[in-house]
Design a protein around this ligand. Structure first.
Ligand SMILES: *Cc1c(COP(=O)(O)O)cnc(C)c1O
Length: 366
């Protein structure tokens, strides 16, 4: 058997007829930027997140970058302000900070959830701290009640990086609806994936929503009038039309992901392969199912030889990247995780038979 880590072709094939119908609708409309599809998708995705506002942008990195930029335009942030962020996140979270001439302050994650640890956040606060960037890594909501409580006490803004967590929730409150704002990615491999690059910002703050929309459209609120120095970061009509098709089935896909995750949690049984800690199934949408092994290279080779695909999220933490030598303090937990984590196949359409094969292969690793 050969089981790829991810099969996007298979995932999108389920929607083939509806995607083609959506593409035709856009082609025949003669309107390709900032039209009806984007407006409708923004409303539908805002409703999905229980958020007041959704602004489509070009990708997930831009979503995060534009929120921080909007806060600078509003005078709520200035050059050199500090943003607390988990040190084991994807590089985009950090790039959004440095792009705005803000200072990323990395903290070690919680060893069990891989998300921000509230105690370590509080310990990292200085007089220059202005934002906590909470990443819902692998699809699991960060400890938002505790993070919001700290943010309130120290008067900090909270930005969620929800690129991996569409639909994750806690106490009935969805990702994208906890912080002042959130950035989502619809990169093809994300749980809600476009057929190209796409992203969105959600926020309950109408003023912030207007500023993000203005910044992403050349700093223009009215055509040819420019109140701020903006950029071009817009969601295309055709991607919005595709996303509308896939959003209709997202809840159902999340249910499938949770079912696959429960099966892994109940059946993987190997002393040298540690399972992820899941305290609340509703808080997790299993963008990735990440196990750990102290003998990672041997484990990956074993899977590969059995025909099971895997990936590492992420092999080199941001502070070890060449471009971030200024961050080069020591984050032993981030480094250990980077050396031990392995993501195994989990996606809608993975059959019970395929999953049983993956489990058998993992359990046979010695
Ligand atoms: C994918 C991702 C991003 C960036 O999204 P793009 O659409 O690829 O720009 C940001 N943060 C996290 C945690 C991600 O996984």
């Amino acid at each position: 058997m050969n089981i790829p880590f991810l099969n996007l072709k298979h995932i999108n094939a389920q929607y083939r007829t509806a995607l083609i119908e959506a593409a035709s609708r856009v082609i025949d409309s003669g309107w390709y930027i900032q039209g009806k599809e984007v407006r409708e998708f923004e409303q539908e995705f805002a409703a999905f997140c229980d958020s007041e506002n959704c602004i489509g942008v070009a990708n997930g990195l831009d979503a995060l970058t534009l929120v921080l930029r909007a806060w600078k335009e509003q005078g709520r942030l200035k050059d050199g302000d500090e943003v607390i962020v988990p040190g084991n996140t994807y590089i985009a979270s950090i790039l959004a900070i440095s792009e705005n001439r803000l200072v990323p302050v990395l903290v070690e994650p919680d060893e069990r959830t891989y998300n921000l640890c509230p105690y370590k956040v509080e310990a990292a606060i200085t007089s220059r701290t202005k934002v906590v960037l909470a990443v819902h890594l692998y699809g699991q909501l960060a400890d938002m009640p505790a993070i919001l409580e700290i943010a309130r006490r120290y008067d900090l803004l909270v930005l969620e990086d929800a690129a991996q967590a569409h639909g994750a929730s806690r106490q009935g409150r969805k990702a994208g609806n906890w912080g002042e704002a959130a950035g989502f990615s619809f990169y093809p491999g994300k749980n809600l994936g476009a057929l190209g690059d796409a992203g969105a910002v959600t926020t309950q703050d109408d003023e912030l929503a207007r500023m993000v929309r203005t910044l992403g459209n050349y700093g223009s609120r009215r055509k040819y009038e420019h109140s701020v120095k903006g950029v071009n970061s817009r969601l295309d009509e055709i991607q919005a039309a595709f996303l509308r098709v896939k959003l209709r089935n997202l809840e159902e896909e999340i249910v499938q992901r949770r079912r696959l995750a429960s099966t892994y949690l109940a059946n993987i049984n190997n002393e040298i392969v540690a399972l992820p800690t899941v305290s609340d199934m509703q808080a997790h949408v299993f963008h990735l199912f990440v196990v750990r092994s102290p003998r990672r290279e041997a484990f990956i080779n074993h899977l590969h030889e059995s025909g099971v695909g895997s990936l590492v999220h992420y092999p080199l933490p941001p502070h070890k990247q060449l471009t971030y030598s200024e961050l080069n303090a020591s984050y032993p937990l981030c480094e250990r995780l980077a050396n031990e984590v392995v993501s195994i196949p989990l996606y809608p359409g993975l059959t019970d038979e395929q999953q049983a094969f993956v489990i058998e292969s993992i359990n046979a690793f010695r």
